[in-house]
Write a protein that binds this ligand. Structure first.
Ligand SMILES: Cc1cc2nc3c(=O)[nH]c(=O)nc-3n(C[C@H](O)[C@H](O)[C@H](O)COP(=O)(O)O)c2cc1C
Length: 190
Protein backbone atom coordinates (compact mmCIF):
# COMPACT_ATOMS: atom_id res chain seq x y z
CA UNK A 1 0.00 0.00 0.00
CA UNK A 2 1.18 3.50 -0.82
CA UNK A 3 -0.54 6.17 1.25
CA UNK A 4 -1.17 9.29 -0.82
CA UNK A 5 -0.76 12.78 0.65
CA UNK A 6 -4.02 14.72 1.16
CA UNK A 7 -5.06 16.65 -1.97
CA UNK A 8 -3.59 20.13 -2.00
CA UNK A 9 -6.00 22.68 -3.43
CA UNK A 10 -4.77 25.04 -6.14
CA UNK A 11 -6.30 28.48 -6.66
CA UNK A 12 -7.10 27.86 -10.34
CA UNK A 13 -10.66 28.95 -11.18
CA UNK A 14 -13.05 26.39 -12.62
CA UNK A 15 -13.83 28.71 -15.55
CA UNK A 16 -10.18 29.10 -16.50
CA UNK A 17 -9.72 25.32 -16.32
CA UNK A 18 -12.76 24.75 -18.56
CA UNK A 19 -11.52 27.35 -21.04
CA UNK A 20 -7.94 26.02 -21.12
CA UNK A 21 -8.71 22.28 -21.31
CA UNK A 22 -7.57 20.74 -24.60
CA UNK A 23 -6.73 17.18 -25.51
CA UNK A 24 -2.95 16.94 -25.13
CA UNK A 25 -1.07 14.15 -26.93
CA UNK A 26 2.58 15.23 -26.59
CA UNK A 27 4.14 14.59 -23.22
CA UNK A 28 7.59 15.01 -21.69
CA UNK A 29 8.67 11.64 -20.33
CA UNK A 30 8.71 12.79 -16.71
CA UNK A 31 7.11 11.13 -13.67
CA UNK A 32 4.31 12.94 -11.84
CA UNK A 33 4.80 13.76 -8.16
CA UNK A 34 2.83 11.84 -5.52
CA UNK A 35 1.03 15.14 -4.77
CA UNK A 36 -0.11 15.47 -8.39
CA UNK A 37 -1.22 11.83 -8.43
CA UNK A 38 -3.12 12.40 -5.19
CA UNK A 39 -4.94 15.45 -6.57
CA UNK A 40 -5.89 13.68 -9.82
CA UNK A 41 -7.23 10.56 -8.09
CA UNK A 42 -9.06 12.63 -5.50
CA UNK A 43 -10.72 14.63 -8.31
CA UNK A 44 -11.62 11.37 -10.07
CA UNK A 45 -13.08 9.33 -7.20
CA UNK A 46 -11.92 10.74 -3.88
CA UNK A 47 -14.22 10.63 -0.88
CA UNK A 48 -15.54 14.15 -0.25
CA UNK A 49 -18.16 13.32 2.39
CA UNK A 50 -17.17 11.02 5.21
CA UNK A 51 -20.54 10.04 6.73
CA UNK A 52 -21.95 8.31 3.64
CA UNK A 53 -18.70 7.95 1.71
CA UNK A 54 -19.93 10.12 -1.16
CA UNK A 55 -17.30 10.85 -3.80
CA UNK A 56 -16.07 13.72 -5.97
CA UNK A 57 -18.11 12.49 -8.97
CA UNK A 58 -21.84 11.72 -8.75
CA UNK A 59 -22.99 8.09 -8.88
CA UNK A 60 -26.46 6.64 -9.60
CA UNK A 61 -27.85 5.61 -6.20
CA UNK A 62 -24.31 5.95 -4.81
CA UNK A 63 -23.55 2.47 -6.17
CA UNK A 64 -19.97 3.48 -7.12
CA UNK A 65 -19.15 1.04 -9.92
CA UNK A 66 -15.89 2.73 -10.98
CA UNK A 67 -12.43 1.43 -10.15
CA UNK A 68 -9.33 3.29 -11.29
CA UNK A 69 -5.95 1.78 -12.11
CA UNK A 70 -2.83 3.83 -12.78
CA UNK A 71 0.24 2.77 -14.72
CA UNK A 72 3.50 4.60 -14.19
CA UNK A 73 7.23 3.94 -14.45
CA UNK A 74 7.33 1.94 -11.20
CA UNK A 75 4.28 -0.26 -11.78
CA UNK A 76 0.54 -0.72 -11.88
CA UNK A 77 -1.62 0.39 -8.95
CA UNK A 78 -5.30 0.37 -7.97
CA UNK A 79 -6.74 3.49 -6.31
CA UNK A 80 -8.50 2.78 -3.01
CA UNK A 81 -10.79 5.77 -2.26
CA UNK A 82 -11.58 4.70 1.34
CA UNK A 83 -7.96 5.11 2.43
CA UNK A 84 -6.83 7.47 -0.36
CA UNK A 85 -4.03 5.05 -1.15
CA UNK A 86 -2.60 2.90 -3.92
CA UNK A 87 -2.61 -0.88 -3.92
CA UNK A 88 0.29 -2.34 -5.91
CA UNK A 89 -0.75 -4.77 -8.66
CA UNK A 90 2.49 -5.11 -10.64
CA UNK A 91 6.05 -3.79 -10.53
CA UNK A 92 6.27 -3.60 -14.34
CA UNK A 93 5.93 -0.43 -16.39
CA UNK A 94 2.84 -1.30 -18.44
CA UNK A 95 2.53 2.01 -20.30
CA UNK A 96 4.04 0.71 -23.59
CA UNK A 97 1.66 -2.30 -23.53
CA UNK A 98 -1.31 -0.05 -22.80
CA UNK A 99 -0.30 2.12 -25.80
CA UNK A 100 -0.25 -1.03 -27.94
CA UNK A 101 -3.68 -2.11 -26.64
CA UNK A 102 -4.91 1.38 -27.55
CA UNK A 103 -4.37 0.53 -31.22
CA UNK A 104 -0.76 1.74 -31.09
CA UNK A 105 -1.46 5.30 -29.94
CA UNK A 106 2.20 5.50 -28.98
CA UNK A 107 2.14 8.89 -27.24
CA UNK A 108 0.38 7.12 -24.32
CA UNK A 109 3.65 5.55 -23.16
CA UNK A 110 5.29 8.97 -22.64
CA UNK A 111 2.68 10.24 -20.15
CA UNK A 112 3.89 10.33 -16.53
CA UNK A 113 0.75 8.49 -15.48
CA UNK A 114 -1.75 6.49 -17.50
CA UNK A 115 -5.12 6.19 -15.78
CA UNK A 116 -7.54 3.42 -16.71
CA UNK A 117 -11.12 3.88 -15.55
CA UNK A 118 -12.89 0.53 -15.24
CA UNK A 119 -16.34 -0.42 -13.97
CA UNK A 120 -18.01 -3.33 -12.27
CA UNK A 121 -21.38 -2.94 -14.03
CA UNK A 122 -23.08 -5.40 -11.68
CA UNK A 123 -22.85 -2.92 -8.80
CA UNK A 124 -25.24 -0.59 -10.65
CA UNK A 125 -27.30 -3.06 -12.73
CA UNK A 126 -28.09 -5.05 -9.54
CA UNK A 127 -30.18 -2.05 -8.49
CA UNK A 128 -31.30 -0.54 -11.80
CA UNK A 129 -31.37 -3.48 -14.22
CA UNK A 130 -30.51 -2.76 -17.86
CA UNK A 131 -30.74 1.01 -17.31
CA UNK A 132 -27.78 0.68 -14.95
CA UNK A 133 -25.54 0.21 -18.01
CA UNK A 134 -26.45 3.72 -19.14
CA UNK A 135 -25.83 5.06 -15.65
CA UNK A 136 -22.30 3.61 -15.57
CA UNK A 137 -21.56 5.22 -18.93
CA UNK A 138 -22.89 8.54 -17.62
CA UNK A 139 -20.76 8.21 -14.51
CA UNK A 140 -17.47 7.55 -16.26
CA UNK A 141 -17.96 10.87 -18.11
CA UNK A 142 -18.32 12.73 -14.81
CA UNK A 143 -15.17 11.09 -13.49
CA UNK A 144 -13.13 11.68 -16.64
CA UNK A 145 -14.09 15.36 -16.84
CA UNK A 146 -13.00 15.88 -13.23
CA UNK A 147 -9.61 14.40 -14.17
CA UNK A 148 -9.22 16.61 -17.26
CA UNK A 149 -10.09 19.78 -15.33
CA UNK A 150 -7.83 18.90 -12.38
CA UNK A 151 -4.99 18.23 -14.83
CA UNK A 152 -5.40 21.78 -16.18
CA UNK A 153 -5.46 23.16 -12.61
CA UNK A 154 -2.09 21.43 -12.03
CA UNK A 155 -0.56 22.67 -15.30
CA UNK A 156 -0.70 19.16 -16.77
CA UNK A 157 -2.24 17.80 -19.98
CA UNK A 158 -4.54 14.84 -20.61
CA UNK A 159 -6.68 13.22 -23.30
CA UNK A 160 -9.60 10.78 -23.08
CA UNK A 161 -8.85 7.58 -25.04
CA UNK A 162 -11.82 5.51 -26.14
CA UNK A 163 -10.12 3.53 -28.91
CA UNK A 164 -8.61 0.35 -27.46
CA UNK A 165 -8.93 -3.42 -27.57
CA UNK A 166 -11.06 -4.28 -24.51
CA UNK A 167 -9.87 -7.87 -24.18
CA UNK A 168 -6.20 -7.02 -24.62
CA UNK A 169 -6.42 -4.29 -21.98
CA UNK A 170 -8.28 -6.57 -19.56
CA UNK A 171 -5.61 -9.26 -19.85
CA UNK A 172 -2.82 -6.75 -19.51
CA UNK A 173 -4.20 -5.30 -16.28
CA UNK A 174 -5.29 -8.70 -14.94
CA UNK A 175 -8.95 -7.65 -14.74
CA UNK A 176 -11.77 -10.13 -14.18
CA UNK A 177 -14.97 -8.40 -12.99
CA UNK A 178 -13.88 -4.93 -14.14
CA UNK A 179 -14.47 -3.69 -17.69
CA UNK A 180 -12.22 -0.91 -18.98
CA UNK A 181 -14.11 2.18 -20.21
CA UNK A 182 -11.51 4.92 -20.64
CA UNK A 183 -7.74 5.33 -20.76
CA UNK A 184 -6.54 8.78 -19.68
CA UNK A 185 -2.83 9.56 -20.05
CA UNK A 186 -1.79 12.55 -17.93
CA UNK A 187 1.55 14.27 -18.14
CA UNK A 188 3.66 17.37 -18.58
CA UNK A 189 2.81 18.93 -21.94
CA UNK A 190 5.76 18.99 -24.36
C1 LIG B 1 -15.51 9.16 -26.11
C2 LIG B 1 -14.23 9.79 -26.60
C3 LIG B 1 -13.24 8.98 -27.13
C4 LIG B 1 -12.03 9.55 -27.54
N1 LIG B 1 -11.03 8.71 -27.97
C5 LIG B 1 -9.84 9.25 -28.34
C6 LIG B 1 -8.76 8.39 -28.74
O1 LIG B 1 -8.86 7.16 -28.75
N2 LIG B 1 -7.59 8.97 -29.07
C7 LIG B 1 -7.41 10.34 -29.06
O2 LIG B 1 -6.30 10.79 -29.37
N3 LIG B 1 -8.41 11.17 -28.68
C8 LIG B 1 -9.62 10.67 -28.33
N4 LIG B 1 -10.63 11.50 -27.91
C9 LIG B 1 -10.39 12.96 -27.83
C10 LIG B 1 -11.05 13.75 -28.97
O3 LIG B 1 -10.35 13.51 -30.17
C11 LIG B 1 -11.05 15.25 -28.61
O4 LIG B 1 -11.80 15.45 -27.43
C12 LIG B 1 -11.63 16.12 -29.72
O5 LIG B 1 -10.77 16.11 -30.86
C13 LIG B 1 -11.86 17.57 -29.31
O6 LIG B 1 -10.65 18.18 -28.83
P1 LIG B 1 -10.51 18.75 -27.34
O7 LIG B 1 -10.63 17.58 -26.38
O8 LIG B 1 -9.14 19.38 -27.30
O9 LIG B 1 -11.60 19.75 -27.10
C14 LIG B 1 -11.85 10.96 -27.49
C15 LIG B 1 -12.87 11.76 -26.96
C16 LIG B 1 -14.04 11.20 -26.50
C17 LIG B 1 -15.10 12.09 -25.89
Amino acid sequence: MVKLPAPKFTDASIEVCIRNRRSIRNFKSKDLSLQEISNLLWAAQGITEKKYGFRSAPSAGATYPLIIFIAKSDGLFQYIPETHSLKIKSHNDLRPDIAEAALNQNFIKDAGMVMVITAIFERTTARYGKRGIRYVHNEVGHCAQNIHLEAVALGLGSVPIGAFDDQMLKELLGLSQEDPLYIIPVGYPE
